[in-house]
Unconditional design. Structure first.
Length: 118
């Protein structure tokens, strides 16, 4: 089991930037992929971005391509989500998740609130 702790959320004006961090306890398994998801009020949780721990391959949902960047620091067992050009529709609770490649995400953080004002 991997414990995940997110940080870095907050209130920002449209067009601004935030960087979210997700610190994983223990040593992240090289077979893991680390994902960011978000859930806005009244909506279902949606996928935002993912990074493979071993290869650093990344994927993004279309609505954040070119604005968000997912990255990792192996030494710190931490995954980041750099969010630029934020829009009010990016407002949500952002969750970090981890899981083996090819399996479900079975480790989740507590979430961090991101609010973008217009």
């Amino acid at each position: 089991q991997v414990q995940l702790v997110e940080s870095g959320g907050g209130l920002v004006q449209a067009g601004g930037s935030l960087r979210l961090s997700c610190a994983a306890s223990g040593r992240a398994d090289s077979r893991f992929r680390m994902g960011w998801f978000r859930q806005a009020p009244g909506k279902e949780r949606e996928f935002v971005a993912v990074i493979w721990w071993r290869s650093a391959t990344t994927y993004y949902t279309d609505s954040v391509k070119g604005r968000f960047t997912i990255s990792k620091d192996n030494a710190k067992n931490t995954v980041y989500l750099q969010m630029n050009s934020l829009k009010p529709e990016d407002t949500a609770v952002y969750y970090c998740a981890a899981g083996l490649v090819g399996a479900t995400y079975d480790n989740w953080g507590q979430g961090t609130q991101v609010t973008v004002s217009s």
